[in-house]
Design a protein around this ligand. Structure first.
Ligand code: FAD
Length: 497
């Protein structure tokens, strides 16, 4: 097979961003994907397309969503959000453990990156899940006002189209399992094709963008703990940590929170791994700040109103996993049910409806006495105050544990709704050590010549939790950078030779 300048491993957002960027910067690029063509696009194709960036103010939004008219803009109430806000959000939710260099890079590059994505043909729209309509205004909250048109499907279709236009070669059913070195520089990859034949392709530079290990049961148990064995995998079945293994075999240093991951509360009856015939993130259950979350003993176990959903959802999946039978219920009364996200009304959603608290408890298979007592106690703890779901309204409970610190309304208006949930793992936080040039670093912090990394494989960015919409931005920003760095490396290497 012909020798390429740059080989990119994977076809998710990070991989295709890397490939397009490397090509833009003058390299001949080959992309190798483990999945068959019909299962391409990795976790990225399963996403809701919500993408975080430092837009500064409404003017920044207008640059990205050019279709917005002056009249549309006049209905929008949106807090400003700059690079410092993005950076602080990362540091806040990661308990200060995020690598500051990487976090700064991500926040600083985010605006330029989203404009670059737009240039590649990705289309953006306002994120309808990130505002509440109040007095005719769209009141945005949580720093995530934009999503890609047609979610992850639209994003990936645009990137595949661009890759094709640029003449980037893609081989499917190519499970990359080894990186070869020559004189301390990467020189080739080996992959297994459909017939398990080993194929070698030579290249000057390699970009690993093939996800973390969330879809490997063995690695979940090894790194995250035994309780993760049965977690639902929300995205692709192919992210089994191969990239981490290949990189560490050639002395790359691991980095990041290996016993941490992003996990979301997910429909109890969702498929055990992401179903490529139904992408679009339809099983997640994100509206819990409007209601309550209880386990099968009828007990609450988290502060549903601790913060906007964007800053708590990635860690509440794990809390659900810790409950009896790894099961819980989100419950809503009819004063808030009209505000539930669309996923709650899809035919795929498991939904329980009841006219009394007792009936709801029986349908959830929870002891009705325990349940009604818990609700009575909760209702009597709710404090007076103005309710406003688009700001942290401080309308809280008092005297119960856990408290609900915002958006606490009495649970007393029938009909009542319950949605059984469990934990769905999104991606693992463990990755590979890198710097802001996306170079892979060895244990002495020296770059491994010719090896670059992007996306979920970037280690050290996320610990414990993550600000919603950062995964796609990380894939795009580090992917764009990895492609550029790889192409520059190839140029220099060619001159040297
Ligand atoms: C249901 C769901 C919803 C989400 N919603 C959002 C959202 O709205 N906003 C957001 O920011 N983030 C979201 N995320 C997180 C987001 O998907 C990831 O952070 C991001 O897409 C990861 O991109 P990536 O390119 O690194 O990995 P992926 O998109 O997973 O791509 C990795 C690719 O590598 C391939 N691969 C793996 N091993 C090999 C191998 N050995 N050889 C060749 N190829 C290999 C895989 O098949 C896959 O194609 C969501 C995730 C899920 C699962």
């Amino acid at each position: 097979m012909k020798k390429y300048d740059v080989i990119v491993v994977g076809t998710g957002n990070a991989a295709l961003s890397s490939a397009i960027s490397a090509k833009e910067n003058g390299s001949e690029v080959l992309v190798l994907e483990k999945a068959p063509k019909e299962k391409r696009g990795g976790n990225s194709i399963f996403t809701d397309g919500a993408i975080r960036f430092a837009y500064n103010d409404l003017q920044g939004i207008k640059e990205v969503v050019t279709a917005l008219s002056e009249s549309d803009l006049s209905e929008i109430q949106m807090p400003d959000y700059n690079t410092e806000d993005f950076y602080k959000d990362i540091l806040k939710v990661t308990n200060g453990e995020s690598n500051p260099e990487l976090a700064k890079f991500l926040s600083n590059e985010s605006f330029e990156t989203i404009l670059w994505m737009k240039k590649q043909g990705v289309k953006f729209q306002l994120n309808e899940n990130q505002y509440f309509e109040i007095n005719g205004n769209k009141n945005f909250w949580g720093g995530l006002p934009i999503k890609t048109v047609d979610k992850g499907i639209g994003l990936m279709n645009a990137l595949f189209k661009k890759a094709q236009e640029l003449g980037i070669d893609i081989i499917y059913n190519a499970e990359v399992n080894k990186i070869e070195m020559d004189h301390n520089k990467v020189s080739a990859v080996n992959y297994l094709d459909n017939n398990k034949q080993r194929i070698t392709v030579n290249a000057e530079a390699i970009i690993l963008a093939c996800g973390s290990f969330e879809a490997s049961i063995d690695k979940r148990v090894k790194y995250l703990g035994e309780e993760w064995e049965k977690a639902i995998v929300r995205g692709t079945e192919y992210n089994t940590g191969d990239g981490i293994e290949m990189a560490t075999e050639i002395r790359a240093s691991k980095a990041g929170h290996y016993d941490g991951c992003h996990a979301h509360t997910t429909d109890y009856n969702a498929p055990k791994v992401g179903d490529f015939s139904k992408p679009g993130d339809i099983y997640k259950k994100s509206s819990y700040p409007l209601g309550l979350i209880i386990n099968k003993n009828g007990e609450r176990f988290v502060d549903e109103g601790a913060d906007f959903r964007n800053y708590t959802y990635a860690k509440y999946g794990k809390e659900t996993l810790r409950q009896p039978d790894q099961k819980a219920f989100q419950i809503y009364d009819s004063q808030v049910s009209p505000m539930l996200r669309k996923e709650y009304n899809l035919k795929e959603a498991t939904k329980i409806v009841a006219n009394t608290l007792e009936e709801l408890a029986i349908k959830m298979d929870i002891n009705p006495d325990n349940f009604t007592k818990m609700i009575e106690k909760y209702n009597s703890s709710v404090q007076e105050g103005d309710y406003n779901p688009s700001v942290k309204d401080g309308k809280s409970t008092k005297g119960i544990i856990p408290e609900k610190t915002n958006w606490a309304l009495k649970f007393d208006q029938a009909p009542y709704y319950a949605f059984p949930i469990t934990c769905g793992i999104t991606f693992a936080f463990g990755g590979i050590s890198t710097n802001i040039k996306a170079e892979v670093l060895d244990e002495q912090n020296n770059p491994i010549a010719g090896l670059f990394v992007a996306g979920e494989m970037v280690g050290g960015l996320f610990y414990h939790n993550y600000p919603g919409g950062s995964g796609l931005m990380s894939g795009s920003a580090f992917g764009k950078r990895a492609g550029k760095s790889a192409a520059e490396y190839v140029q220099i290497n060619k001159v040297d030779n």
